[in-house]
Design a protein around this ligand. Structure first.
Ligand SMILES: *[C@@H]1O[C@H](CO)[C@@H](O)[C@H](O)[C@H]1NC(C)=O
Ligand SMILES: [Ca+2]
Ligand SMILES: [Ca+2]
Length: 356
């Protein structure tokens, strides 16, 4: 958790500024902008774990909600441990730290077959009263192309490097495009506008956790070696769409050839070899790792990323990704956001060591 956010809890609200993403490729169309941190924490591990109070052991959860909640949890699949080549020596976006390709071993774990949905997140909020960071801040980033004219007209502030991202007052997981929208017809779509802490709190409540980047990438590759996508090297085998991405000219025209111009219901596209859906595309997915672009080439076992940092790693790209701007719907691809960021294309899924 950033110190900025910690201050919010301790001293009340500090004024926040929005800033464009400073690092990485300037042509990066998919990476969402961040909430600017006026006082970046030198040590991200110093903050207490805000998720702890939502874990099952915390004892504050109303019992009545348990039954419903149990039924809405994602199915999980066993991902048998093994070794794989993480990253790539042919990076699509070198500045993102996709290389070097390196031998990594991961132990067995279980993974949600799908992104966490609005329905699932709703049962978490119903049981705990959890309030997301976007709701506390009062705004979240929404892609301009999916906003109504009336909401768009009220916004004066834009992000210079990525003008298609607008900070929308009242945008949050319940109101994905702001106050004149709702998620009632999208309960089986991935929850979006959730920060890293929100995602971490959900997984903790479900007796799960966020995947490490290595676990996520191992699961994405599903046993295939040196392939770009979870299913192989061809984006559209036999003319079929295998993920919810962007077709057309980014950011002006999304033809929706794959059936969706925004998020899609989870499991709308084929699963990968491990039985996991939407590993690339639909919503970006938070991981537990802090961000760095420097990786050791030495073989690693269950790597967890740097001990501290200012941004968290997200994987898989989203419905906004097109090769021309955001060639990040590959298993090796990666991007970053500050942990308190939220946006209309960023979600998560959970993993667990034990069978659930
Ligand atoms: C939710 O939005 C839809 C349109 O997208 C609208 O028809 C419906 O009335 C809204 N529901 C609520 C409860 O506001
Ligand atoms: Ca699409
Ligand atoms: Ca995804």
């Amino acid at each position: 958790m950033s110190r900025c956010l910690l201050l919010l809890f301790v001293f009340g609200c500090v004024s926040r500024l929005f800033g464009a993403e400073q690092e990485g490729s300037p042509s990066c169309g998919c990476a969402t902008p961040r909430r600017a941190d006026p006082d970046p924490a030198e040590d991200g591990t110093a903050a207490p774990d805000p998720a702890a109070k939502y874990s099952r052991g915390a004892g504050e959860k109303p019992c009545a909600a348990r039954g419903e909640e149990e039924n809405t949890q994602s199915q999980m699949v066993l991902i048998s441990g093994g070794e794989f080549l993480m990253g790539t020596d042919n990076p699509g976006i070198p500045a993102d730290g996709e290389s070097p390709q390196r031998l990594v071993q991961v132990d067995s774990f279980h993974m949600d077959v799908q992104e966490v949905t609005n329905r699932q997140f709703q049962s978490f909020v119903g049981a705990t009263g959890y309030v997301t960071e976007a709701e506390k801040f009062g705004d979240s980033f929404v892609f301009e192309g999916i906003l109504s004219e009336s909401v768009k007209n009220q916004i004066t502030q834009a992000v210079a490097a990525a003008p298609w991202w607008l900070p929308v007052k009242g945008a949050n997981w319940r109101q994905p495009e702001g106050p004149d929208s709702n998620n009632t017809d999208r309960l089986d779509h991935p929850v979006i506008h959730v920060s890293w802490a929100d995602a971490n709190a959900y997984c903790s409540w479900a007796d799960r956790r966020l995947p490490t980047e290595a676990e996520w990438e191992y699961a994405c590759r599903s046993g295939l070696k040196d392939r770009l996508y979870p299913w192989g090297n061809k984006l559209n085998p036999k003319g079929q769409h295998y993920a919810n991405l962007w077709q057309g000219d980014f950011p002006n025209h999304n033809s929706g050839e794959d059936g969706y111009v925004k998020t899609s219901p989870v499991k709308s596209f084929p699963a990968n070899g491990f039985g996991l859906y939407d590993m690339v595309g639909n919503a970006w997915e938070w991981t537990s790792d802090w961000w760095t672009v420097h990786h050791t080439a030495v073989q690693q076992h269950n790597p967890t990323g740097p001990p501290s940092g200012t941004d968290k790693v997200k994987k898989g790209g989203s419905y906004m990704c097109h090769k021309s701007y955001c060639y990040r719907y590959r298993c090796a691809a990666r991007s970053q956001n500050s942990p308190d960021s939220s946006a209309s294309n960023l979600g998560f899924r959970c993993v667990s060591q034990e069978q659930q």
